[in-house]
Write a protein that binds this ligand. Structure first.
Ligand SMILES: Cc1cc2nc3c(=O)[nH]c(=O)nc-3n(C[C@H](O)[C@H](O)[C@H](O)COP(=O)(O)OP(=O)(O)OC[C@H]3O[C@@H](n4cnc5c(N)ncnc54)[C@H](O)[C@@H]3O)c2cc1C
Length: 412
């Protein structure tokens, strides 16, 4: 790792770092592109992502709509998606032999259902383009010296680079926060996103394993409702609907230390008015049947029984004997079910850190720092994050691609 000119260093061997390195090496063949990875393996998150299948992007090809899946960074990414979006990602991988498939919910996976095919593709491409990979190479500091960058490696060795791309992933625990702050960068608070809600000692956890396909949930008092499948687990609530909620309200939920109230509409496609109508139809249709016998096609039997119990309706009450007050309570249990959350559980399938290098300090046309020319950023270390569904990897491919391209076309 001698000093020299035209040296490009990409720091971080994840999805964003790889895409930046490959692009820089492809578009600037005379440059020496080095990829530094602190760990003993590259692309570790790609490997475990999507339960080992790697949900590499999402079937959404319209930049405006695509950007609406990012609770933070949506405005900045919208422009970036005009340069590199899921269609480009798919084409890129398919051209290199990774066939892809779209699932019914829009998530895109390699047809092999094996994240290793994505890893093999990226590593082969990088190798063919002459990117040199350096494992156990942690950048512990970086400083600008004239028009170059001095990097401290593993707190000892120093090397000089002409251009640098920071693709560190979550900044939590990287030790680079101080370095970036010293360069004038603002780091938005690093907090988790995409987590499940714990309901300690709540009777609902006895229903673990039950899922409702079209629920709606919001955090109280002012959360924006989110829709989608909701899963009851042995700890509390999970599933896409809850993970979306955790992403959109990540900052507020961190502030209240994950103690808050959530309100669920179990028939998420129906308004409260519609639920009232449905219940009154049940009353007419099933007069002699017990209310506790599930009349709904949409809700599982055990959940219905729980909701009737929650509304304090005796399990022997028939629809004909249901009082007006009990009917109102049942409507409330179905449409505005409230429960207290205390704590969170990190989702095993996918989790990200929200927060990172301030969006205002990065030029999303080049991913270059607005404060330090020659310093680029890509991936999760920037203050953007997406909901589940392949949006986080798409963010990494897009920002990595733009950073690599800008590095390659920089005249220095
Ligand atoms: C279990 C799990 C499953 C996931 N599944 C999906 C999914 O299916 N689809 C999806 O879209 N998203 C998924 N995500 C999110 C996705 O993995 C991330 O958004 C994505 O990996 C971010 O890429 P990155 O390159 O920015 O960061 P990373 O993949 O985190 O890579 C950063 C790399 O930089 C290295 N590094 C850090 N500091 C230094 C340093 N100082 N010097 C040198 N190297 C350093 C790290 O060791 C790491 O290898 C998942 C996340 C998790 C945790």
């Amino acid at each position: 790792m001698d000093e020299g000119c035209n040296k490009v260093v990409i720091i971080g061997g994840g999805a964003a770092g790889y895409f930046a390195a490959i692009t820089a090496a492809e578009k600037k063949p005379n440059a020496q592109v080095l990829l530094f990875e602190a760990g003993d393996r590259v692309l570790r998150k790609v490997k475990i992502s999507g339960g080992g299948r790697c949900n590499l992007t999402h079937h959404c090809y319209e930049p405006k709509e695509l950007s609406s899946h990012y609770p933070r960074g949506s405005k900045e990414l919208r422009g970036a998606f005009h340069h590199w979006q899921p269609r480009d990602t798919i084409e890129w991988f398919e051209t290199r032999g990774v066939k892809t498939k779209v699932e019914t919910d829009g998530r895109i996976f390699p047809a092999s259902d094996n994240s290793q095919s994505v890893i093999d593709c990226l590593r082969t491409e990088a190798k063919n383009l002459g990117v040199s990979e350096h494992l156990r190479t942690r950048v512990t500091d970086l400083k600008q010296t004239n028009n170059q960058w001095e990097l401290e490696i593993n707190q000892s060795e120093k090397i000089i680079a002409d251009q640098v791309c920071l693709a560190l992933g979550s900044l939590r625990g990287t030790g680079m926060e101080k370095t970036l702050t010293a360069l004038g960068h603002i780091i938005s608070p690093l907090i988790p996103s995409l987590f499940a809600f714990n309901l300690p000692e709540h009777p609902m956890v006895e229903l673990a394993g039950i899922s409702v396909p079209h629920a709606q949930a919001k955090t109280l008092p002012n959360g924006k409702p989110q829709h989608g499948p909701l899963l009851i687990t042995h700890r509390g609530l999970s599933g896409p609907c809850i993970l979306r909620l955790s992403a959109w309200d990540a900052q507020e939920l961190a502030t209240c230390k994950y103690k808050f109230e959530v309100e669920i509409n179990w028939l998420g496609d129906h308004s409260l008015e519609k639920i009232k109508e449905v219940v009154s139809q049940y009353r007419k249709k099933f007069a002699v049947a017990k209310v506790s016998t599930n009349p709904s096609k949409e809700l599982p039997k055990r959940l219905w029984a729980h909701l009737v119990d929650h509304a304090k309706i005796s399990k022997d009450t028939t629809w004909a004997h249901l009082s007006k007050k009990e009917e109102q309570k049942l409507v409330k249990a179905l449409g505005t079910y409230r429960c207290k959350v205390s704590g969170k559980t990190t989702n095993k399938e996918e989790f990200v850190t929200c927060g990172g290098v301030s969006l205002k300090q990065v030029d999303f046309r080049t991913m270059e720092s607005k404060l330090a020319p020659g310093l680029h950023f890509a991936g999760e270390c920037i203050d953007y994050d997406g909901i589940t569904g392949g949006f986080n990897f798409q963010g990494a491919w897009t920002t990595g691609r733009i950073a690599g391209l800008a590095i390659a076309t920089d005249p220095s």
